[in-house]
Design a protein around this ligand. Structure first.
Ligand code: ZN
Ligand code: ZN
Length: 372
């Protein structure tokens, strides 16, 4: 029996998708097997959290749960690898009265998420593997250059010995004759059609005479894995990278889930990012602003650059330095711009001569008001 997914994630019934994602992320990090080696309790929690998120992240599954509770998912213990994971559990019946979006449609939708084919031509009860999600925090400079991030984790993978077929010889098992490979048998009583997992093959659709010894007939194994994720130059904060098929292995030949990596970018001390553009704040002597001149800045890729300050530049003006912003992810070789936000540097120690000259300047200013 699955636990109430709302309770597992500690969110309210009406929690937003963002809240659900946040709660999931926190818990999945907390109970991740890599952080809790040989901790059975954490492993259970990890599974529960993933199961709960599986349901709540998907609007259709969530709606099905809200309406029917566990009945919508009974028996679909997604923890594992389990063959025979079957969303109808011990044979919930459905109404076969034709037409209209009823319970059947909703269940069918719910099933689709599990990798069951919807509709009458139901295939073997394959189940897609779970998606995995991780997060990495990188520096703005890493986002500028791009980097390869190595993720180490453990997950279910397709059994190497039987290639996921769960058979001792590693070949697909013959189709079950009783259910014709659907994994279900039906009996009709008047209006009602009772559908049950095929007792001959336990809903598998195939008859395995001898189980694979390596995976004990589950078709999957738990393994330490290492993924090298290429983070492209110009990636934005909050971006999510998807590695198709790198999630957990599916059951009974079902497709593997995907691996997702969320990218967070640490705030930078020198640069603010606005889309593809960067802003840097630079203190400039007021004489340079008034008379014009050049200042030297250092770009994000550590290049020294002379920037021209036009005479009469005001504090708060932003001088554009073309092509020294962030690279564009989708247009290789293109860059945003760098803006130099000009602030004034007031000298704190003045020599007598400087004081005299400034006093003279102030005097001229009061004589000719049109100066400013
Ligand atoms: Zn069968
Ligand atoms: Zn195997």
């Amino acid at each position: 029996m699955n636990k109430n997914p709302y309770e597992v994630l500690g969110v309210a019934r009406d929690a937003s998708d963002a809240d659900i994602k946040k709660a999931y992320h926190k818990l999945v990090m907390k109970y991740h097997p890599d952080r809790n080696p040989d901790n059975k309790e954490a492993e259970e929690k990890f599974k529960e959290v993933n199961n709960a998120f599986d349901i709540l992240k998907d609007p259709q599954k969530r709606a099905a749960y809200d309406r029917f509770g566990d009945a919508a998912f009974a028996g679909g213990n997604a923890s594992g690898a389990g063959f025979g994971g079957n969303p109808f559990g011990n044979g919930a019946f459905h109404f076969d009265m034709g037409g209209g979006a009823g319970m059947e449609d909703i269940l069918r939708e719910a099933m689709r998420g599990f990798g069951f084919g919807g509709g009458p031509q139901r295939g073997a009860p394959q189940r897609g593997g779970r998606d995995l999600l991780d997060e990495v925090v990188i520096d703005l400079k890493d986002a500028f250059f791009g980097k390869t991030h190595t993720v180490k984790f453990s997950s279910n993978v397709t059994c190497e010995k039987c290639h996921g077929h769960a058979t001792d010889d590693g070949k697909p098992a013959p189709v079950c004759e009783r259910c014709g490979g659907s994994g279900f048998v039906q009996t009709r009583q008047g209006f009602f059609v009772t559908e049950m997992p095929c007792p001959e093959c336990n809903g598998l659709g195939r008859k395995i005479s001898k189980k694979c010894s390596e995976c004990d007939g589950t078709g999957t194994q738990h393994k330490q894995r290492t993924l090298e994720v290429k983070i492209p130059a110009g990636i934005e904060d909050g971006a999510r990278l998807r590695l198709a098929g790198q999630g957990e292995a599916g059951a009974n030949g079902g497709p593997a889930g995907d691996f997702y990596l969320d990218i967070r970018i640490r705030p930078d001390k020198r640069f603010e990012r606005h889309g593809n553009d960067l802003i840097m704040h630079v203190d400039v002597p007021f004489t340079t602003l008034a008379l014009g001149g050049e200042i030297e800045i250092e770009t994000i890729d550590d290049k020294k650059l002379e920037v021209k300050i036009p005479a009469g530049t005001q504090v708060g003006e932003k001088l554009r330095v073309r092509g020294h912003g962030m690279p564009l992810v989708r247009r290789s070789g293109a860059y945003g711009d760098l803006y130099v936000d000009v602030a004034i540097k007031i000298p704190t120690k003045l020599s007598d001569k400087q004081k005299k000259l400034l006093s003279e300047f102030a005097g001229i200013k009061s004589e000719k008001k049109s100066w400013f």
